[in-house]
Design a binder for this molecule. Structure first.
Ligand code: NZQ
Ligand code: ZN
Length: 388
């Protein structure tokens, strides 16, 4: 295993049926003022809101609500949240929702006491917080991003046509997260499938880097096999607890920093997907699915050894009498079949991209250097065209 690293994950997790019973215990560790952050109202329909508010009230908290966090939360909404957190003197930000709500809560947490423009500081200059951070707790209702156990926060600026993620340090990770797989049963199927591919992409974008024999890669292969297996079941029966709970747990481990250890990591698929979203506001996991295969076919010659290993260890492709390239390509074919079977969006036209938009999307795509090939702008354009 090459590379030196530190490993610490400070988020406390409560997982499983009735995990919400642990909320009051956690709340006792914080002051009276709670900023309750949630999205467009799904938690009111499925009853999670009522259950959370009841516990907050029993614990004697002063609750200020910050509702309406949209998928792909915006810099304008962030400004609103900062105001609310300041005015209410928030001691704890309680995020109840998916990755968008959790990411937004983290962005508010580092901005409340920040004297500079948070978009410029954190998302353009990528600086670390140097102010007091408000603690965040999370009650997860949508699976995929891993935001429940990491420092990631992705914010969209529509005026600047940029969607940018800042991966903050451990001080910004949620202090606790509550993960009840049953809370995810009401997610619309499109969102569930999108989340499944988000998980897949997180694992792959860490796996497809480096050539050393690395424990992280073996863990990744196990997570991928579990995900592929459970996804097939969940798509047929979204109320299958066993499958949904495995997907939830896999999502957390896919992006809680563990499998990145000792790896340079790639992340170019996310940069392409985020650029597509900056121009279309499309659903996160679908933007990744729509660009992945053209990207992987493009970089396959540069990372042939790993693509061959992926085909054999994850997709069970037989090796006998075949060239390395043939084995690797058969792995991508198996992946494509699985993607189509579970119902993913396979091209960016279906997300609203037209050929005239390619130039702008290319300009919005950040170029990463940790994968098998550092792309040029022309290569980004070519991959986007192949994704149409
Ligand atoms: O807003 P409500 O009404 O709650 O509806 C949401 C939303 O429309 C709905 N939903 C969530 N839980 C539900 C539910 N509907 C019914 N029942 C439930 N239990 O699902 C929709 C999507 O929610 P959202 O939070 O946007 O989804 P997701 O968890 O995929 O989060 C996406 C955001 O996270 C960022 C993405 O870029 C995107 O902005 N990411 C964050 C990462 C991180 N923190 O590390 C990494 C990821 O790569 C990703 O970039
Ligand atoms: Zn993602």
């Amino acid at each position: 295993m090459n590379g030196n690293f530190e490993y610490c994950n400070p988020t406390k997790l409560y997982f499983g049926r009735n995990a919400l019973d642990n909320l009051s215990k956690e709340l006792s560790g914080y002051g009276k003022n709670v900023l309750l952050v949630y999205g467009g109202g799904s938690i009111k329909k499925n009853g999670i809101y009522d259950r959370v508010v009841k516990i907050l009230s029993e614990c004697g908290k002063n609750v200020t609500e910050d509702a309406g966090v949209m998928p792909n939360p915006t810099v304008n909404k962030l400004a609103e949240g900062i105001e609310r957190a300041r005015n209410s003197n928030a001691d704890l930000i309680l995020a109840v929702g998916g990755g968008s709500v959790c990411d937004y809560a983290k962005a508010v947490s580092v901005s409340v006491n920040c004297s500079e423009d948070p978009w410029e500081k954190y998302f353009i200059r990528f600086e670390e917080p140097d102010c007091k951070i408000i603690p965040v707790g999370c009650i997860l209702t949508m699976v995929g991003t891993g935001s429940e156990m990491n420092g990631g926060s992705v914010i969209t600026n529509h005026e600047q046509k940029l969607k940018i993620g800042h991966v903050f340090g451990e001080e910004v990770f949620p202090k606790f997260s509550i993960l009840d797989p049953e809370f995810t049963f009401t997610i619309p199927k499109y969102q569930m499938i999108s989340g499944i591919y988000d998980i897949m992409s997180h694992i792959l974008e860490q796996y497809f880097s480096g050539d050393d024999d690395n424990t992280s890669d073996y863990i990744s292969e196990g997570l991928l096999r579990s995900l592929i297996h459970s996804a097939g079941i969940a798509v047929k029966d979204p109320s299958d607890y066993e499958a949904r709970s495995n997907i939830m747990w896999t999502a957390t481990w896919a992006l809680n920093t563990l499998i990145a250890k000792g790896k340079t990591t790639d992340w170019e698929v996310h940069m392409l997907g985020q650029a597509v979203a900056a121009h279309t506001d499309a659903t996160h996991g679908m933007t990744l699915a729509a660009v992945s295969l053209p990207y992987y076919k493009h970089i396959l010659p540069y990372g042939l050894k790993k693509f061959r290993r992926y085909a054999v260890n994850v997709w069970g492709i037989s090796e006998e009498g075949k060239s390395d390239e043939k084995i690797a390509l058969e792995g991508l074919e198996a992946m494509e079949k699985w993607m189509r079977d579970i119902g993913l969006v396979m091209n960016i036209s279906a997300l609203g991209v037209t050929p005239e938009m390619i130039e702008g999307i290319t300009k919005s795509t950040l170029i990463m250097t940790g994968g098998y090939k550092t792309l040029t702008e022309d290569e980004i354009t070519e991959i986007l065209k192949n994704s149409l």
